[in-house]
Design a protein around this ligand. Structure first.
Ligand code: 3PG
Length: 306
């Protein structure tokens, strides 16, 4: 069996070593395609492999078509909007993710970016603190829960909105459950986005919600750029010079936003949330183990294309 790790944004070397140990330990062959420049490189690499580990790499119908022997693709991470689920399902290829494995890394970056925003990008001027401020968590999944845990260390007042999570689970974490999106944005100076990019959430956060934020609001996006209505966000930032937007995913209109709003907006050059050795090890090795469990023992936890 041949297992390909296809990562345009590579894992830390220590994680690749761990993946290799698991794959070769099972008697399989490991092939690496890192930092590839063109889709054709991926198409060539998948031609004869049985399994693929990816990150945000796009596995669309063309890639699935080119992967003639493919049995399983594992997204080493949480969000799987980069995999064509319908086509993989139709072809009988199992798709899985590794939920929770990189969530602490993403949650820590939320606070890295939030502190930077309230300290005015470390420009030497007087900023503010997070203690006693309000934080709204938009979706209470694995990352949202870690954000809540860390926010408590900052002594923030935390609430969360998640129609898919029972109130009891939110309250059990010491977080107030909120039931309307308008309430989430109007009651919290800080709002941290953790919604996946789906048909329902795409462009769902824009002018109408951002303009509701209290004075000196900061919107933090470590989720997906697609959930933002960038035109609406720009309009809200225009009308409300007190609001800031920090994101771990460069918006399509990053240059325009930067030119207009300067240090009130911040974007990492490449998605950095899960880019820690620990998250790479956790997610990468989990993906490798899931592949071995599936190919060798037929175990199929975490399937996302049922
Ligand atoms: C995820 O969905 O797991 C995160 O967005 C991390 O994505 P990455 O593996 O491309 O860094």
């Amino acid at each position: 069996m041949k297992v390909l790790v296809a990562t345009e944004k590579p894992f830390a070397a220590v994680a690749v070593n761990g993946i290799r140990e698991v794959i070769e330990g099972a008697g399989y062959e490991l092939v690496l395609l890192e930092k590839y420049a063109a889709k054709q490189d991926l198409l060539n690499a998948v031609a004869d492999v049985d399994a693929i580990i990816i990150r945000s790499d796009i596995v669309d119908a063309e890639v699935l078509e080119a992967a003639k022997n493919l049995k399983i693709v594992v997204r080493a991470g949480a969000g799987y909007d980069n995999i064509d689920l319908a086509t993989s399902k139709a072809k009988g290829i199992v798709a899985q993710n590794t939920p929770g494995q990189n969530s602490n890394a993403v949650a820590e970056l939320v606070f890295g970016m939030t502190v930077m925003a309230v300290r005015n990008m470390y420009n030497g001027t007087s900023g503010t603190e997070l203690k006693d401020k309000t934080l709204g968590i938009h979706a209470f999944g694995q990352v949202g829960r870690n954000v809540a845990r860390i926010a408590k260390g900052f002594e923030m007042t935390v609430s969360a909105l998640d129609p898919y999570c029972p109130d009891e689970a939110i309250e059990a974490a010491g977080v107030k459950a909120i039931h309307s999106v308008e309430e989430l944005y109007s009651n919290n100076q800080f709002v941290s986005l953790h919604i996946p990019a789906t048909a329902e959430t795409k462009k769902s956060v824009g002018y109408e919600l951002v303009k509701l934020m209290p004075k000196n609001g900061v919107l933090i996006n470590t989720a997906r750029k697609e959930v933002i209505d960038e035109e609406g966000l720009a309009k809200a930032l225009e009308e409300r010079p007190d609001i800031k937007y920090v994101a771990d995913i460069k918006p399509d209109t990053a240059d325009e936003l930067k030119a207009k709003f300067g240090d009130r907006v911040f974007f990492t050059p490449k998605k950095m949330g899960a880019q820690t050795a620990e998250a790479n090890i956790n997610a990468g090795i989990a993906a490798a183990r899931q592949i071995v469990e599936f190919l060798r023992d037929g175990i199929n936890r975490y399937q996302i294309n049922k």
